[in-house]
Design a protein. Structure first.
Length: 197
């Protein structure tokens, strides 16, 4: 399985991205080597695609598959793409505050700590639906790791499209998210322009 091993702050600097969107509190004091330089139209489009891939932890081929799926759906392709990415199980775990970062959420899912509607799911790219109940297995929720995570993520704002019980590590998806409530700094129209060439 391919893994992105680029240092997070270095990548954030090159993409002009705030690490807060990834769940990191650190800030890089260095400036990007390309800061202030004019970028071509293609460069801007590519950077937006790389930003979306980096934030959600998706590699090129699955990202392209998400784009193709979004293109076949009704409505705006860019908005559909962002909604599909937001529905990924690892992202939902991160949003609910059961993990500090999306990478950690991916690991939690991979280690079979997550139940969706009472069944164990270990696929981070599993797409959740409205009405789904997501919880951390009872046996796992008692681990010290989750107590530490709860301390760190307690102040995190939970999106309005989900209902979360932080103490019992349980949450319900009230409705699917719309583009307006997704606070990711990505201009999805540039991604659509890039892929539609």
């Amino acid at each position: 399985m391919a893994v992105n091993r680029v240092p997070v702050l270095k990548r954030c600097r090159s993409l002009d991205l705030d690490p807060v969107f990834l769940g990191y509190d650190k800030k890089s004091k260095r400036k990007s080597a390309r800061a202030g330089k004019k970028m071509s139209e293609y460069g801007l489009q590519l950077r937006e695609k790389q930003k979306a891939k980096f934030i959600y932890g998706v590699l090129e081929k699955p990202f392209r598959n998400y784009y193709d799926k979004a293109d076949r759906m009704r409505g705006m392709t860019g908005e559909n793409l962002m909604i599909l990415l937001e529905r990924r199980l690892d992202n939902v775990i991160f949003r609910m505050g059961f993990a500090r970062t999306r990478r950690e959420a991916r690991q939690i899912v991979g280690h079979k700590h997550v139940l969706v509607n009472g069944k164990s799911v270990r696929v981070p790219s599993y797409l959740i639906s409205a009405g789904d109940t997501i919880e951390i297995r009872e046996k796992s929720a008692n681990l010290q790791r989750y107590k530490d995570i709860a301390e760190v993520t307690n102040g995190r704002l939970v999106p309005e499209w989900m209902d979360v019980d932080q103490e019992n590590f349980k949450g319900t998806i009230k409705e699917l998210p719309s583009r307006e409530v997704i606070d990711v700094p990505v201009n999805e129209m540039l991604i659509v322009e890039l892929y539609s060439k």
